[in-house]
Design a protein around this ligand. Structure first.
Ligand SMILES: [Zn+2]
Length: 83
């Protein structure tokens, strides 16, 4: 189920997070996060960013995974080190 909120952001179930999260279109996500649209789509394909597909065949990306990736843009492929 997709719920549009008054602010334009959307809350929807993210299977990867197992919770309701804020979802953004890739176009909105580039305004909020330091990624290009291209980087977002490529991260979606490599499953670094969670996403859902809408009925209109566009996608919505999970804000949780976007924040995670923006915090660790380079270390994302590496196993976390001690400390
Ligand atoms: Zn998620």
């Amino acid at each position: 189920m997709i719920i549009r909120t008054g602010t334009g952001s959307i809350r929807a179930w993210c299977a990867a997070c197992s919770m309701d999260v804020e979802m953004l279109t890739p176009d909105d996500a580039v305004l909020v996060f330091p990624f290009s649209t291209r980087a977002i789509y490529s991260s979606v394909e490599t499953e670094k960013i969670h996403f859902i597909e809408t009925k209109s065949r566009s996608i919505l990306v999970c804000v949780n995974s976007l924040s995670e990736l923006s915090r660790n843009p380079d270390q994302h492929n590496y196993v976390a080190r001690k400390g």
